[in-house]
Design a protein around this ligand. Structure first.
Ligand SMILES: *Cc1c(COP(=O)(O)O)cnc(C)c1O
Length: 392
């Protein structure tokens, strides 16, 4: 017997649930790329991105996923043989560094622990050793979607300043923009990037980069520049230059609608909603964990992300739990990836997501734990409800 018939929830850390408003905005004929509504849509999207990144600087739109934005950030600002320091806190900064290696950069990984956020003091110590200034950029993710870690970007910037080091600070906000506070200009981030398909509620296929003044300066001498990624060409006067060719029209119409939803809710409220959904999830996991089998992947509570919660099952079968929630209850939760592959679940609470979806997902997980005999203390969902009762 299943309870699957009904609206399905996609509670994985990307792609995420796409609002009907976004889908409807995309359901239209293709339009002229030289004049008409598309040009205004481009302006609205580029401006909306500034509001999201909290920057007054230039923003760029790529017809690419997040990996494309990684390339754009690196190739626009760096030269062959430049060294970049990759701050490990899971899988994603490592992947960005690997992309840099293929592009011709020398990458050094500041080794981290998948159960912890990046330690700003370790960043400071490493940069202090680099008295010759060989490190040209520091690459970090704000939220690592594989480990569930939230990195304190403001503190990392302070550590770089304390070491008196002038490397560019480049931040991947793919799993955090539109979910958790980010202040590109306020925190002194040189390059920020994100993708359309996580907190930003748009189908995969767009990614976005913002370039601060020091990155623009570095761009002048960067020799890794490519035709498609190049900021200089994209700054040109013609509309098609902003996309280096045909704009991804339908995704832009969708993204514009998503920006409208965020604006209507208010970015502060969006952040607050994510904080509430995340804490409700953590309250549930905390109770289940008392039964022995489950454990937060990130040990320190203050380093847990508000967009995704990663839970290890310590030898119990995550695939069976995920298949139960999906096949019987109609909610897809994530499996763990990378070094944590096969060891646990990832519960996403990001983007187009509300109380019903989070409480429903937690209920489906608790039902699954019970049905599958995975040791846990019951009452996690009640703990989530009690928390929300006080917090709302
Ligand atoms: C999802 C994700 C990526 C990869 O994005 P793609 O669109 O799949 O290329 C990179 N970094 C982080 C932090 C992510 O969560």
């Amino acid at each position: 017997m299943t309870l699957r018939n009904g609206k399905e929830f996609l509670m994985i850390p990307g792609p995420t649930n796409v609002p009907d408003e976004v889908l409807r905005a995309m359901h239209r004929p293709a339009v002229d790329i030289y004049e008409g509504p598309l040009l205004e849509t481009t302006d609205v999207c580029l401006k909306g991105l500034k509001a999201l990144f909290r920057t007054v600087r230039q923003t760029y739109i790529y017809a690419a996923n997040g990996h494309g934005a990684w390339d754009a950030a690196l190739t626009n600002t760096l030269s062959r043989g430049d060294k970049v320091l990759v701050l490990e806190s899971g899988r994603f900064a490592l992947g960005w560094g690997e992309a840099g290696g293929i592009a011709g950069l020398e990458t050094e990984v500041l080794a981290g622990d998948w159960k912890k956020a990046v330690d700003p003091a370790a960043v400071e110590a490493r940069l202090r050793q680099d008295s010759q200034g060989e490190i040209k950029a520091v690459l970090v993710v704000q939220v690592d979607t594989a480990s569930g870690a939230w990195n304190d970007i403001k503190a990392i910037r302070k550590a770089m300043d304390a070491a008196n080091h002038d490397a560019l600070l480049m931040v991947d906000t793919i799993a955090s923009l539109g979910c958790m506070p980010f202040e590109m200009d306020g925190w002194g981030v040189d390059v920020a990037l994100t993708g359309s398909q996580k907190g930003l509620m748009t189908p995969p296929g767009l990614s976005f980069v913002a370039a601060g003044p020091r990155a623009v300066k570095a761009h002048e001498t960067a020799d890794l520049r490519t035709n498609y990624m190049d900021w200089t060409f994209r700054n040109g006067p013609e509309h098609y230059q902003k996309y280096c060719g045909t704009p991804p029209e339908h995704l832009l119409f969708g993204f514009r609608a998503a920006l409208g939803l965020i604006e209507a809710e208010g970015l502060d409220n969006v952040w607050r909603r994510h904080a509430l959904m995340a804490e409700a999830t953590r309250r549930a996991v905390t109770v289940w964990a008392e039964g022995g089998a489950l454990e937060f992947n990130i040990s320190a509570p203050e380093s847990r992300s508000d967009s995704v919660t990663v839970v290890r099952l310590n030898g119990h079968d995550p695939a069976a739990l995920r298949s139960f929630t999906k096949e019987v209850c109609g909610v897809t939760i994530g499996g763990t990836i990378g070094a944590l592959s096969g060891q646990g679940i990832r519960i996403a609470h990001m983007g187009h997501c509300n109380g019903v979806m989070v409480l429903g997902t937690l209920s489906a997980i608790e039902l699954g734990l019970a049905k599958l005999g995975i040791p846990h203390k019951p009452g996690g969902v009640q703990a989530a409800i009690s928390y929300l009762q006080d917090a709302l």
